[in-house]
Write a protein that binds this ligand. Structure first.
Ligand code: SF4
Length: 75
């Protein structure tokens, strides 16, 4: 399990994270920013979740690809 945090206020809705790791990230239909898929969220916070080990590489790749570096992994 690894902690993932999206600073949603800085998201520019580029789509990279949900393209690279659609099992963990999705686009919020209202504000268009990235959010953690509901089943992985912590305390219903849209931008915070715990990724299972089998998604570790995927969430790291998404974090690396984010053009505004708002996805923190394991911090
Ligand atoms: S990669 Fe970054 S900027 Fe792009 S949608 Fe995801 S969080 Fe937003």
């Amino acid at each position: 399990m690894i902690r993932v945090t999206i600073d949603r206020g800085g998201c520019v809705s580029c789509g990279s994270c949900w393209d690279i790791c659609p099992s963990f990230f999705e686009q919020n239909p209202d504000d268009t920013f990235s959010q953690v898929i509901g089943s992985f969220r912590i305390s219903d916070t849209l931008g915070e979740g715990d990724a299972p080990d089998d998604l570790d590489g995927c969430v790291r790749d998404a974090s690396d690809a984010c053009p505004v570096q708002v996805i923190a992994v394991g911090e």
